[in-house]
Every structure is written in C-alpha cells, then in structure tokens.
Design a binder for this molecule. Structure first.
Ligand code: NAD
Length: 476
C-alpha cells in the first residue's frame, strides 16, 4: 500500500502478519446514540490467535535487533500518518464510542501527543565501572506483548501501549474491546505501512478472545487496561506461564474541597471532571468531599454547573455528555438510579433519565448518602456522583483513603501549603492540587491498591516492557 493511500473507512479487518484478514464469522457493535449497528468486524478464532502469536514471535527476532533510533523513526512516521487521518478517526470514534465530536478530537490530539512524547524517551543504561570489570544494567525486550484495551478511550489507550512496546523492541497484538473494535482495527491497519509484518497486529473478537490470549504460551507480557474485576482474572491466567502484567484498573477518585476555595470556579471544574466522557473515565471524580462549613453553598454551585451540561448525541453541537457507551454499562449505571428510591437518597441534580433509543443518562448528584452506600464504595463509571462532607484535614484524609481503590485524587484549597500536605497523605497513583485529570505522557501512571499493578508511560512504562539484565563484563 502506498503511503499516500488514504484509509478506507468501510471495511474493518484483523491484521495478522502484515495482512488484512476477514474471519468466517463477524459481528458488530452498536452506535450508542442511535441503537443502530456499527460496521461488521471479525470474530477471531483460536487458530487466528495461534497464527498471530507465531507471527509476533517470528517478527520479534528481527525487530528486537533493529536499532532504537530506527524503531523510533518508524514510530514517528506512523504518528504523522495518524495525524493525516485524524478526521476519519474522530468521526468513527463518535459513532462507535459515543463521545461528543469535540472530545473525540481531544482523544485523537492526545493520542498523537502521547505517541510523540513516548517515542522521544530513552532508557539510560546504568553503569558501575570497576578496575577489573564493567558492571552494566540494561533493559532488554520481553517478546510478544498483548495490549488489552477498554472501550472508554479506545484510541488513546491503545496508542499509549503500542509506542512503548514497539520502541523497546517488542512486538504487540492489540485486543480491542468488543464494544469499540473498529477504531483499533484501523489504527493497526495504518501501522502496516511503517513496520515489518508481525510487529503490530490486531485481533477483534468476542468474549473468548481475551482469555485465549492471556492463557496462550507465546506472549511474554499482558498490558491490560480495564476493570479491577477483569484485571484479577487476567493476572490469574497470566500467572500460569509467569507472563509479566501491567494492570491499569478501576478508580474511585475523591476530590477534597476545603472551605477557602473560590466556590463557583471550583464547582465548575468539579462538574467537568465528574461528568467528562459521561463519567466513564478511570480518573473521573467519583466522590466529592466538601468541608462542612461551605457544603450547602458549594452544592448549590455544583448543581448549577451540572445543570448547564448538555446531554445528547455526540454529533450535535455543544453536547458535553454523549450516551453511555454500551447497553451493559447503561444497565449497570441505571442500577444506581433504582437505588435512589430503595435507599431513600436525596437527589440534588438529575435523578431521572430520558427514554431510548440511545443510552442517555442525566448527570446526577446524590446529596450526602451514607458513607457505606454503593454509590460511595463502588465505581459507577457513569454520570452519577455522591456529594459528601468532611470536618477537618484528618477527617478528609481518612475519608479519601477509605477505599480499596487508589488511582487518582485531588485536593482543592487556596492554602497551597495545606493542600500539598494533604496531597502527600493520599494513597493513590496520581494526586493533584487545584486541578484533576491533567496527565503527562512523560510521567509514570499507575494505580495503588486494587487500582492496578505496575505503571504505564514515562521511562517506568518503557521498562515495563523489558527485563532488567545485569552484565558483569570483562574490561576491554
Ligand atoms: P473490562 O474489564 O470489562 O474490559 C477491558 C478489556 O478486557 C476489554 O478489551 C475486554 O474485552 C477484555 N476482557 C474481558 N474479560 C477478559 C478476560 N477474562 N481476559 C482477558 N481480557 C478480558 O473493562 P471496560 O468495561 O472495558 O472498561 C471500564 C473499566 O476500565 C473501568 O473500571 C475503568 O475504571 C477501567 N479503566 C482503567 C483505566 C486505567 O488506566 N486505570 C483506564 C480506562 C478504564
């Protein structure tokens, strides 16, 4: 295929050993704004998995020997091609995933930024020279990695696995979510112009595919992003062959809002970080804790900011919340709405939802439910949040940490010294002061507690695709 050829957006096929392939059976996902079928995509068989694993292993032998600078050059050319195809990916992302066009654009822009920034990284060799020997620690690639991707940021989360994996000399099989396969199939199809066959492959399939890949003897590493529930299954399956795992899992991020904040400004930001992507972000704010003395005023401002957020199909102007991505998740989020009556929750905003055909949910705030209620202890992964309070700094820290999750958190106060002090006491992989969800591809991203194992991005993320090797070499 000539590099100038534009992608065709009508057919979606697996990529195995550099070739585009259909499978005997196919399936389709659903456009969550309309309920209409998405494009037909492959259902991979066990035999497809075997062939992709073999091709990945064969490609690894040569790709791992290609110099770092050349691998980087191939990645850079790939990113340039993605940038040229950006508009097609944005349209498809809104149709397939449901997010508003403006945020589909943000996802593509972030993907491109992440890929360029990750490709610029190096892993420095550690050197401990002695009189009679040279002691070196270097990082060598693992082999075939499997990248398992969720449906909330299908392009960004795949792109941010692909680059560290390929840059460090590994090969990868991407496994998209069955809810959002089409974009990832195209992302990998596009890559074939820049990498040898077998270096980057993509298999789409049904619920059998993930377990087949994690149990297969060939892959050396599973890089998984998804729920904590599935992450545990992945780890269990990978343990049989001691595959390395990186697990980026669920979150239950708290915001701790102290009494000295600018209420309108912070309420606006909290509404944004709670309801962005319709709350379907691992790092969305999921527990809002406000100091008791400003609770009523803050709630009023938060309700006002929330009620201004428009819900609707992602291709309509000014929409902030698109539909929930799929029927399973829609039913799960609606489960929290049925708890409103059962648990006698007080609703401060939202509380009722429009009827179909799309999976739309009104952004909803529950006013001071019990600390032990499901809306506080679980991750709804949808636009419904609990509004809670704290009395003192110690109380804030205790409540923030009273969870099995530990992905992100933010502390909001004009007293930056206090905010920093509190931030350092939070048990989470990423903690912000006076903002939230500001990410940086140069910085390791990880979950504490049941939010994950290992880290992605940054030099730590590159090392997660490598073995450390200590060499005690003779002095030359
Ligand atoms: P999920 O766990 O249902 O699925 C994630 C991926 O795993 C999909 O590709 C799915 O097909 C695959 N899968 C399912 N069962 C499998 C199995 N037994 N073996 C191997 N693979 C399997 O998650 P989801 O619903 O797609 O995503 C939402 C969840 O992901 C939320 O909990 C969210 O917090 C989390 N998430 C975490 C991060 C992070 O970086 N920490 C980012 C985004 C989403």
């Amino acid at each position: 295929m000539a590099p100038s050829d534009a992608l065709d957006w009508t057919t979606f096929r697996n990529t195995v050993d550099g070739k585009l392939e259909n499978t005997k059976e196919s399936r389709h996902s659903i456009n969550p704004a309309t309920g209409k079928p998405g494009p037909e995509v492959p259902i991979s068989s066990r035999e497809d998995v075997d062939r992709a694993c073999d091709a990945g292993a064969a490609a690894f032998k040569k790709w791992s020997q290609v110099p770092w600078a050349e691998r980087r050059k191939a990645i850079e050319a790939y990113v340039n091609a993605l940038e040229a195809e950006k508009d097609g990916f944005i349209q498809l992302l809104t149709q397939e995933q449901g997010k508003p066009l403006q945020f589909a654009r943000v996802e593509l822009d972030m993907s491109i930024q992440w890929m360029r920034s990750l490709a610029a990284l190096e892993i420095p060799e550690e050197s401990y020279p002695e009189d009679n020997k040279d002691v070196i620690v270097r990082y060598t690639p693992l082999g075939v990695a499997v990248g398992i991707v969720p449906w909330n940021y299908p392009i960004l989360l795949a792109a941010a696995k692909i680059v560290p994996c390929l840059l460090t000399g590994n090969t990868m099989i991407v496994k998209p979510s069955p809810f959002t396969p089409a974009g990832d199939l195209k992302l990998v199809e596009l890559a074939q112009r820049f990498f040898p066959p077998g270096v980057l492959q993509c298999l789409s399939g049904d619920d059998n595919l993930g377990p087949w890949l994690t149990a297969h003897p060939v892959p050396a590493k599973i890089s998984f992003t998804g729920s904590t529930f599935t992450g545990k299954k992945v780890m269990e399956s990978a343990s049989k062959t001691l595959k390395r795992v990186t697990l980026e899992l669920g979150g239950n991020d708290p915001a701790l809002i102290f009494e000295d904040v600018d209420i309108d400004d912070v309420a606006q930001k909290v509404a944004t970080f709670s309801f962005l992507n319709s709350g379907q972000i691992c790092l969305a704010l999921k527990r809002i804790f406000v100091q008791e003395s400003i609770a009523d005023k803050f709630l009023q401002a938060l309700v006002k900011a929330t009620e201004q957020l428009k819900v609707g199909p992602g291709d309509q102007p000014d929409v902030f919340l698109g539909p929930i991505q799929n029927s399973m998740q829609y039913e799960r989020v609606k489960g929290f709405f049925s708890d409103i009556e059962k648990e006698n929750w007080k609703v401060a905003a939202g509380g009722t939802n429009p009827s179909g055909p799309g999976y739309f949910i009104t952004p909803t705030i529950i006013d001071r439910p019990a600390d032990t209620s499901r809306i506080v202890t679980e991750e709804p992964f949808g636009p419904i949040i609990p509004f809670l309070t704290f009395s003192s700094e110690e109380d804030a820290v205790a409540k923030a940490n009273d969870t099995k999750m530990g992905l992100g958190a933010s502390v909001w106060s004009k007293d930056v010294k206090r905010a920093n002090r509190v931030a350092k006491q939070i048990e989470a992989g990423t903690v912000w002061v006076n903002t939230h969800f500001e990410l940086d591809p140069r910085v390791s991203f990880s979950g504490h507690k049941e939010s994950g194992i290992g880290s992605e991005w940054g030099v730590g993320g590159l090392k997660s695709y490598c073995n450390a090797q200590a060499l005690f070499l003779g002095k030359e």
